[in-house]
Ligand binder design. Structure first.
Ligand code: ATP
Ligand code: MG
Length: 494
């Protein structure tokens, strides 16, 4: 067959297979556009949260439906001129999901940001109802973060929502990243959702995760400060949609929202541009509902529903340590506890700068390792006694041994950014503290003493540590063996 016949054959085949399928779409015309918000006339059959197509790769989200028209917030940069055609896609905002996401950096619309192609065939809506009460089971499995202060005094359980709150540059992100790094080899899938941060900071975080091999089980959903407000608004919902896919497949999932203050600000921007009535601090009235419907989606599912879990770490940035501002109080009341980080502790060298007195975990206690719970039982009291003594000392009072004990404990809780402890190591440190192993170590050498002690244990009692890690439980016998081991090496730490 010559070339001409080949082409003819090809065209005949195409014509025979052609079927007239008109595309039925709701359409309208742009009336006005300013600051990423456009009003569109027409679009009769459009739904809330539907993606609107303006052609030339410009998309928006139908946000405000009224008799006069539709308020659409733009998901892509650039402007629109009045008269531009707007087509309803009939498609509610969703995100592609699947195992291929792991290790990748994507935007809230599921587009890869790391320059490599991403093919996903399943989708989940960004907004979906939280699991029903009957689909859940109580939070009773420990979620170890690898940070001693948290795992001992503010224990977290799988399916819990624990807020990290504090001023800027106090180590909030670092706490969340340590918790992610600590999930290595534990079968937990981690999602890091960045909202309104600088792109350079997001790149730094992705690199930090890559260097510690955490990207093997983590993916990042990013909407940076330069992205449209609507995209920033969508980011945590899209990230949660993707996280839910893994949770409903029976996995344990952890999600970090960094941070919800910027998310609230993005929502406020959109709402004000849409001329919605504003309330306290100019936030719209439904800002509480916004965050509660997001965080309610974290859960420990019952065994009938696969037994997966979604543990959430929302981050909130405060101004001048004011936790009574609108957004911090809202999110504090929604979550199951908060880790409060303070500037004064951070500047004083206490890192992570967790103020244990103001931090709480409302549900994790039931999930905490029994032995770890026993070892940490009186730590909070010892620390608060020290704080009382500190106040007393300021007026020239005579302070007793409590102060020294408290200071020693504070030094034990100092943990460099890149160090995470296993449950066995945490138990060993606390056991050593209980045995008085560190009493004669100068406070500025405590860190070295801990390093030395753990190195000793790894060298001489490796089997014991591995046994505790593998069983995921510290039994009474294991604890006795651990205390014995610590006591054996006791003299060498001083
Ligand atoms: P931002 O408000 O900018 O988001 P943040 O509260 O998230 O800040 P980080 O970015 O986590 O704070 O940390 C601020 C700085 O403190 C970083 O330079 C980090 O390296 C340092 N840092 C955080 N935690 C520790 C730690 N445990 N030990 C030593 N340095 C730390
Ligand atoms: Mg941060």
């Amino acid at each position: 067959m010559d070339d001409r016949n080949l082409v003819g054959e090809f065209l005949r085949e195409k014509i025979a297979g052609y079927e007239f399928r008109p595309r039925v779409a709701s359409y309208g015309k742009v009336v006005s556009f300013s600051d990423g918000v456009t009003f569109v006339e027409g679009l009769r059959d459009v739904g809330c949260d539907e993606i609107i197509d303006f052609g030339e790769n410009r998309y928006g989200l139908a946000f405000e439906l009224s008799e006069e028209g539709v308020g659409v917030v733009m998901l892509t940069p650039g402007s629109l001129i009045p008269g531009t055609l707007a087509l309803g896609t009939g498609h509610i905002a969703d995100i592609g999901v699947g195992d291929a996401m792991i290790g990748r950096v994507i935007d809230p619309l599921g587009r890869p940001l790391d320059g490599k192609p991403l093919r996903l065939t399943k989708y989940r809506h960004d907004e979906s109802p939280a699991p029903k009460i009957t689909d859940r089971s109580p939070v009773n499995r420990a979620f170890p973060t690898g940070i001693l202060a948290i795992d001992s005094m503010i224990p977290i359980g799988k399916g819990q929502r624990e807020l990290i709150v504090g001023d800027r540059r106090t180590g909030k992100t670092s706490i969340a990243l340590s918790a992610i790094k600590n999930q290595k080899g534990r079968g937990v899938i981690c999602v890091y959702c960045t909202i309104g941060q600088r792109a350079a900071e997001t790149v730094r975080i992705v690199e930090e995760l890559r260097e510690s091999d955490a990207l093997d089980y983590t993916f990042v959903v990013a909407a940076t400060a330069s992205d449209p407000a609507a995209l920033q608004y969508l980011a945590p919902f899209a990230a949660t949609g993707a996280a839910e896919y893994f949770m409903y497949s029976g996995n344990d999932v952890m999600i970090v929202y960094d941070d919800l203050s910027k998310h609230a600000a993005a929502y406020r921007t959109i709402s004000l541009l849409l001329k919605r009535p504003s309330g306290r601090e100019a936030y719209p009235g439904d800002i509480f509902y916004l965050h509660s419907r997001l965080l309610e989606r974290s859960a420990q599912l019952s065994r009938n529903n696969g037994g997966g879990s979604l543990t959430a770490f929302p981050i909130i940035e405060t101004q001048a340590e004011d936790v009574s501002a609108y957004i911090p109080t809202n999110v504090i009341s929604i979550t199951d506890g908060q880790i409060y980080v303070s500037t004064s502790l951070f500047l004083g060298g206490q890192r992570p700068a967790i103020n244990v007195g103001l931090s709480v975990s409302r549900t994790g206690g039931a999930a905490q390792q029994k032995q770890l719970k026993k070892l940490s039982a009186s730590l909070r009291i010892e620390l608060s006694r020290m704080r009382e003594q500190e106040k007393f000392a300021r007026y020239g009072g005579n302070t007793g041994g409590d102060m020294a004990e408290g200071k020693l404990l504070n030094s034990l809780l100092i943990q460099p950014k890149d160090t995470i402890y296993s449950a066995a190591e945490e138990a060993a440190i606390l056991a050593a503290y209980r045995c008085g192993a560190f009493s004669s170590v100068p406070l500025n050498r405590i860190g070295d003493a801990i390093t030395k002690m753990l190195a000793d244990l790894h060298e001489n009692d490796r089997a014991l540590l591995e046994n505790i890690e593998a069983s995921g439980n510290i039994t009474d016998t294991n604890l006795d063996a651990l205390i014995g081991a610590v006591k054996r090496h006791l003299a060498s730490y001083c």
